[in-house]
Design a protein around this ligand. Sequence first.
Ligand code: GLN
Length: 537
Amino acid sequence: MAKYIFVTGGVTSSLGKGIFAASLAKLLQARGFKVSIQKFDPYINVDPGTLNPYEHGECFVTEDGAETDLDLGHYERFLNTPTSKLNNVTTGKIYLTVIEKERKGDFLGKTVQVIPHITDEIQRRFDVLAKKENLDLIITEIGGTVGDIESLPYIEAVRQFIWKKGKENALICHLTLLPYLSAAKELKTKPTQHSVKLLLENGLQPDVLICRTEHQINKTIKEKIAQFTNVSPNAVIQGIDMKSIYEVPMEMYKEKLDEVVLDKLNLSKETKPNMTSWKKFVHKLNNPKGEVRIALVGKYVELQDAYKSIYESFIHSGAFNEVKVQVTSIHSNEIEAGNVQEILGGYHGILVAPGFGDRAIEGKIEAIKFARERDIPFLGICLGMQMMMVEYFRHVLGLAQAHSTEIHPDTPYPIIDIMINQKNQTQKGGTMRLGAYECALQPNTLAYKIYGTSQIRERHRHRYEFNNDFRKQLEMSDLVVSGVNLKNNLVEIVEHKSHPFFIGVQFHPELKSTPENPHPLFVHFVAAAKEDAKSKL
Ligand code: GLN
């Protein structure tokens, strides 16, 4: 039987519950336990696929095609194993299941209520992944902050679940904040006390407290917190701000978080965590031998989280290449022919980001043209790849009005067009081309060299694709189709023959990069940027 760890958060949002859950999972995995992490989000959307990145950051796509919370990206990056649709549950999903059962007549004669029906369905889902994957431990992160009205059914479900499973099989890690008042030069514990009180009011006693802080916590503070929250002093863990999220697992090891958890769950602490390859990565990350500058051209630049996995992929591939990758996000609205040199001239690589809709498109095309003409390493992802093709058809193949029908439905040259099976799609939720698909790589191409194999699987999230009616025009050109899906002949990778590194992919390589397995496309892109930097010295 699996053991269960619940992670809740109090005082404020953005405490990094996902990173702490992932760090604890990493340490437990490194001790040899079979562990996974799941996220329960208290919003009513069935999944975040219909949310704007401004609302919810990046939408992370799993192998099996679920649109999920970006925390799943952290889970995959830390554990170096893929997640699935089972790893993310929302209130929307819970209600949908319960309402469908009600319509079927499963509760015939009964009033369907939050308690017990919603809380029962939540509890059923706490267990699904653990059972299916035969896990030793499952960490469940409860989204939101304790005290939110919408979190209440989850908190009640945790209470009932722990009561059923027994204290030795389930525990609660609660994250809180210790604010520092500079006027008083003091860390304050009161918000933590209050947030634990709130949990207690709902019948939950936290077993471990992770106190987020900008300053070291001394023994007196730990004891004070312990005394007022009924938590043992050794289970009051300091969660100090780190330079990088990737340092958090070893920091948690120093704080003995994993030991405390194993003790409480009656599990063996004998095997020490094997963190060798992780530590090697962190060491390389902290000791770069040079620097490259990459421009990330997109439209959600105000928000780091919108391109989370892309930023993280650069961290992984930078460490691999032993350089610091300085990523600057640039709003494509700002770029035009007259200023592109001034804006992008100083970069060693340009990435054009994924995206939807017609906003700020021309700046992307301008950036791509600049990269192509100046031999600057370029990577186009999804919409970035589509615009790479538009740019080429417009400026090299002479179809000045070439466009994607997503942006210009009446273009005379629809070189990017809606996929056939998307044409009659009226539902917006979960209906894109989603998840991992096979792609065959052509020999003697950059893509083939990068991957070192002829068959790959990458994750998708799009409705449009290259229009094969225009494929013939490419045959005589320098733009080579180097990856295709053989089942339906979709163009998945294109590259420029006589450019040092100019490649566009219809899929999202950033979703598969991890510290211990940096994605080859990013690794080679950064290597090309390194070359570019060298040549500019
Ligand atoms: N909007 C484009 C499409 O739907 C690209 C999607 C993306 O960049 N993820 O095909």
